[in-house]
Design a protein around this ligand. Structure first.
Ligand code: PMP
Length: 284
């Protein structure tokens, strides 16, 4: 069955949706995006996703073409029209269409596109079994804190993971420290302490990361925000990733080496449970 998608003010069937070939998102990856999860037809951590969208737009001097309330109303309309129970709402804002030239065009209307995707989030096989990751050099640009649609680094990393027969990849910077996962934030657990890299321009300030760090602290868990190496991660008791679509998902092998017992650990399992409870309670 065809989905209804949203393109610049209109709800249309996906086959009928159109974007200009001159759209700067298409030509220059001059755009930003957000992915909000949906459980039971309701949006998870959505206000924080929209706040990050505003921040990303501001960083690139793109005028957000709709207010947060308007965007939320469109997200909800898409959920209703597509009868979405569990999955995601994707939204993308680009600088708009203009003749191809690098500097910002004098006249361009930002474009706003949104669509839904069905995805099993809660009863996830990956979360149950844990995932295997490889590590790969972080070849991305210097502003990974902005959520741009320029995702070739992640595409190549995920393809390398698929070619290696594993689930995902972790980026490693020139100094040998893990920056983050290809589409998630990375953590290790050692002697009961949860370790994750501090926020900077090198990584995306994950919305799930913010919630998980807060919930972990409220539960009395200790969080240490600092870099860690691949060797330290391989020698950790547990490892896991967080993102809007994976919530908290255990990592059981890194470059083939078992993390801890090589099975999902208690801290990751507990955090997943706590996060899903929070998501169900606060969904709108
Ligand atoms: N880092 C990267 C590079 C990502 O692409 C994502 C997911 N978009 C995340 C972290 C996790 O962010 P969030 O929790 O907001 O989904």
């Amino acid at each position: 069955m065809s989905r209804t998608v949203y393109v610049n003010g209109e709800f249309v069937a996906e086959e009928a949706a159109k974007i200009s070939v001159f759209d700067r998102g298409f030509i220059f990856a001059d755009g930003v995006y957000e992915v909000s999860s949906v459980i039971g037809g309701k949006l998870i951590d959505n206000a924080a996703h929209l706040a990050r969208l505003a921040r990303s737009c501001k960083a690139l001097s793109i005028d957000l073409p709709a207010s947060g309330d308007e965007i939320t109303a469109i997200q909800k309309e898409l959920i209703t029209r597509n009868d979405l129970d569990e999955g995601v709402v994707y939204l993308q804002v680009t600088r708009g269409a203009a003749d191809r030239d690098f500097p910002f065009p004098k006249v361009a209307t930002p474009s706003l596109v949104m669509f839904t995707q069905v995805k099993t989030l809660v009863a996830s096989k990956a979360a149950e079994a844990g995932i295997r990751v490889i590590t790969t050099p972080d070849l991305r640009w210097g502003r990974c804190d902005i959520k741009t649609v320029q995702l070739l680094g992640a595409v190549l990393a995920k393809q390398a993971a698929a070619d290696a027969g594993v689930d995902d990849a972790w980026f490693v910077d020139a100094g040998g420290d893990v920056t983050e996962g290809s589409s998630n934030n990375a953590y290790i657990v050692k002697d009961g302490r949860i370790i994750t890299r501090a926020l900077s321009t090198a990584l995306l300030p994950g919305i799930t990361r913010a919630s998980v760090v807060k919930l972990a602290a409220e539960t009395g868990m200790t969080i240490e925000e600092r870099p860690f190496t691949v060797a330290e991660a391989q020698g950790a008791d547990e490892a896991f990733v967080t993102s809007a679509t994976t919530f908290v998902t255990p990592v059981i092998r890194i470059d083939g080496a078992k993390v801890g017992a090589g099975t999902p650990g208690p801290v990751a399992r507990r955090l997943r449970e706590i996060y899903i409870n929070h998501a169900l309670k606060t969904a709108v």
